[in-house]
Design a protein around this ligand. Structure first.
Ligand code: KG4
Ligand code: ZN
Length: 363
């Protein structure tokens, strides 16, 4: 194998049409040569969420030029690439098919190998691109479609230590925002309102708090919040602020508790780990209160928090190109029959959870 590989990555599993060219040298150091992301935010905002059919059509319209822009920005041609990687799932199947089929066509036309990447593996490996961290480490993935705690042992080697049994955390933020009349996407709007609110006015239940293991549940919290809101309707602006403050504080406490259990387990399974690390990824990782809570929990237990820059925490093509490069380095290639998969757990052995946080459209 040559000293360094160059991979094009394509991401179309939700509402970002994204492409990127990334290099990886023989020592595992990565470099992002381009990272083009076209968000469909405006196409979906009026509907208060992602509409799958609109997303798929928008990917069809945008992908060719997004790929071309990524190649141009990187200053490379298809002949220079060592592989073409695309998200093959999990996600909205229409979008996944658009990206994967495009990657297959490009691979066939250029005679380059295809890597069919699991979107979650893209999130899981990003911290090796940005921070060069070594295996094993823990990953907290908190996005609109997923809430998982994963042990990352190596490329292709994941254990799911915790997951949501109902809503994803980002979905809970979005539903709370909708319920309180705040704009989409809900996370940033709830965070802004919470910053103005009174933390102590409402006491909400803390689902799963103190339970063994590291699973999550958020749908009961949403119901409790709705009942509180209905009891004092019509809501004033400060009512909304106080409800958001209570919601955000509660989810932060729950995440700290669940992560605490996972950290303890990591310590007992890897007592010799010199640099125990938790990586956070996903859009919810932007939440400052949640980050502060995580920071406190981690430093109390002697763990390091690694949070890749937000643009690489949310969906992007670089994470897919990088996962493709990591797989290529191990000879893990796919043929052109690789299927698009709406569901594709990283940990094949983990029992499927009821709902499992896939009700929302996002991954
Ligand atoms: O990772 P992401 O951009 O997209 C996927 O889900 O793949 O995550 C989007 C989610 C949305 O649910 C959004 O409300 C949430 O991340 N989010 C936040 C914040 N910013 C985005 N949640 C809480 N606080 C934020 N500041
Ligand atoms: Zn994602």
């Amino acid at each position: 194998m040559s000293l360094s590989v160059l991979v094009l990555g394509i991401e179309t599993s939700c509402d970002e049409t994204a492409a990127s060219v990334v290099s990886r040298d023989a020592n595992g150091h990565g470099e992002i040569l381009s990272n083009v992301i076209l968000s469909q935010f405006d196409d979906h905002a009026a509907f208060g969420g992602v509409v799958p059919e609109i997303a798929a059509r928008a990917h069809v319209e945008a992908l060719d030029s997004v790929v071309q822009a990524a190649m141009d920005e990187a200053g490379v041609g298809f002949a220079d690439l060592d592989a073409i990687a695309a998200t093959a799932g999990p996600g909205l199947i229409g979008g996944v098919i658009v990206g994967l089929t495009t990657a297959k066509a490009l691979a066939l036309a250029s005679g380059k190998p295809l890597v069919a990447v699991n979107h979650l593996e893209g999130h899981a490996l990003t911290a090796r691109l940005t921070d060069g961290i070594a295996f094993p480490y823990l990953l907290l993935l908190v996005s609109g479609g997923h809430t998982q705690i994963l042990l990352v042992r190596g490329v292709g080697q994941y254990e799911r230590w915790g997951t949501t049994i109902d809503d994803a955390l980002g979905e809970a933020f979005d539903k709370t925002a909708k319920l309180l009349g705040l704009p989409y996407p809900g996370g940033p709007a709830v965070e802004r309102a919470a910053a103005r609110g009174n933390l102590d006015r409402f006491a909400l239940p803390r689902p799963m708090f103190g339970r063994p293991g590291a699973d999550f549940s958020f749908s009961g919290l949403k119901t409790a919040l709705r009942i509180e809101a209905e009891a004092i309707a019509p809501l004033s602006e400060s009512d909304v602020d106080d409800l958001c403050a209570a919601f955000q504080r509660t989810v932060t406490l729950v995440v700290r508790d669940r992560i605490g259990h996972a950290l303890d387990r990591f310590r007992s399974e890897f007592p010799d780990s010199a640099d125990p690390t938790l990586v956070v990824a996903g859009g919810v990782a932007a939440n400052k209160a949640l980050r502060a809570g995580l920071d406190a929990e981690l430093s109390a237990r002697g763990f390091r928090l690694v949070a890749p820059p937000l643009v690489l925490c949310t969906d992007n093509g670089a994470m897919i190109a990088w996962a493709g490069a990591e797989r290529l380095a191990l000879g893990l290639l796919d043929d052109l029959a690789a299927p698009a998969r709406p569901r594709w757990p990283l940990d094949q052995l983990a029992a499927p959870m009821l709902g499992s946080g896939h009700k929302g459209a996002k991954a």
